[in-house]
Design a protein around this ligand. Structure first.
Ligand SMILES: [Zn+2]
Ligand SMILES: [Zn+2]
Length: 355
């Protein structure tokens, strides 16, 4: 059944092809229905997924593509059945805007693994208004209440935006593998994900060791909460930590040697990947067999856990380290991101996009 929805034009920045820079674009969003929240977007974080999707590096992208899934804004309108939000509230939208709600994953509050297909915030089939979903590089967004997050006014809203992807991507595995007080936890890489991993794991009480290829990041890592920093190119430094880690969170998306880290886990230790190298990475079976190590992966987190993470961050005063840009600088920001020239997340001030 096709229902004709009332629509309103929204200004945005979009990619029109894999090889063209992002540019201004206008499109139609549905007007809020009874269950919907309409949010005027204030800030949107810039995630590596945005860049990969815009350039069609993770499978075919549907163009024009409006990326952005680290959204914080102000509620401007709510549907008649909305209970948790009212006009004027701060609200957030992360990587997902819908799922089937009935499969075993959805029933377990793991909508990111929906068996009938998670509807991601951009480049997913939009079952409500047709076409494909459009993300946060836009003036406003309409999302069902069930997928809208409450945002504390205790935190800086711009620096809160990256929590919606980088924050939950690192929080969820730390919780799932029960990281806590007295544990030795490694974080590999100090980028958008890694710097959140360091902050969150240390707030959970773990002793955090940062692994980096750049000695220049030592001071920052210690400031963000790491107990120590290991330069991963230095084999002697690495071997000092053999068989000692309870958990290692690997945030690196470039090709790198997993075996060097697996051998640092203690008995029954787990290393979890949240970065996504495109090339398959070799794993030495002996590095898993001896000491019964686990190599795992993790994808964002469910809506319930995302809210839990936001509440945890509000309680502990945790936000992302950011550099604010106007939307007109997004193409330069992508180039700088590819060179890891950002501390540690770009956030777009969407008010820079005039009507
Ligand atoms: Zn992301
Ligand atoms: Zn489902």
């Amino acid at each position: 059944m096709i229902v004709t929805l009332a629509m309103t034009t929204t200004k945005a920045f979009a990619a029109h092809a894999a090889t063209s820079p992002l540019a201004t674009y206008s499109f139609e969003r549905r007007d809020p229905g009874p269950l919907d929240v309409q949010i005027e977007i204030l800030f949107c974080g810039v995630c590596h997924s945005d860049l990969h999707t815009v350039r069609s590096e993770w499978g075919p992208t549907n163009y024009p593509c409006v990326p952005g899934h680290e959204i914080v804004g102000r509620v401007v309108k709510v549907g008649s059945e909305v209970k948790k939000f009212k006009e004027g509230d701060l609200a957030g939208v992360g990587c997902m805007v819908d799922s089937c709600r009935t499969c075993s994953a959805c029933q377990a509050n793991l909508e990111q693994f929906c068996e009938n297909g998670t509807i991601f915030t951009y480049n997913s089939p939009d079952k409500k208004s047709g076409g494909f979903t459009c993300g946060g590089y836009s003036k406003s967004i309409v999302v069902e209440e069930a997928f809208v997050l409450r945002i504390s006014d205790k935190l800086d809203p711009a620096a809160t935006a990256p929590l919606l992807c980088a924050g939950i991507t690192t929080y969820s595995p730390l919780r799932h593998w029960k990281v806590g007080k007295g544990q030795k936890v490694g974080v590999v890489g100090l980028g958008g994900l890694g710097h959140m991993g360091v902050k969150l794991a240390s707030a959970m009480g773990a002793d955090v060791i940062l692994f980096t290829t750049s000695p220049g990041k030592t001071k920052d890592a210690l400031r963000l909460g790491a107990k120590d920093v290991v330069v991963s190119k230095n084999a002697d430094e690495m071997s000092k930590h053999a068989n000692s880690f309870d958990f290692i969170l690997d945030t690196v998306s470039a090709n790198h040697d997993l075996n060097a880290y697996l051998s640092l886990l203690k008995r029954d230790g787990t290393m979890t990947l949240v970065g996504a190298p495109i090339q398959p990475l070799p794993v030495e079976a002996f590095n898993l067999i001896f000491q019964r190590h686990t190599l795992a992966g993790s994808l964002i987190g469910g809506i319930k856990e995302t809210q839990e993470m936001l509440d945890f961050c509000a309680e502990h005063g945790i936000v992302s380290e950011i550099e604010i840009i106007p939307i007109q600088q997004i193409n330069e920001a992508y180039e700088r991101m590819l060179k890891s020239d950002v501390k540690y997340r770009f956030v777009i001030d969407m008010r820079s996009l005039k009507d």
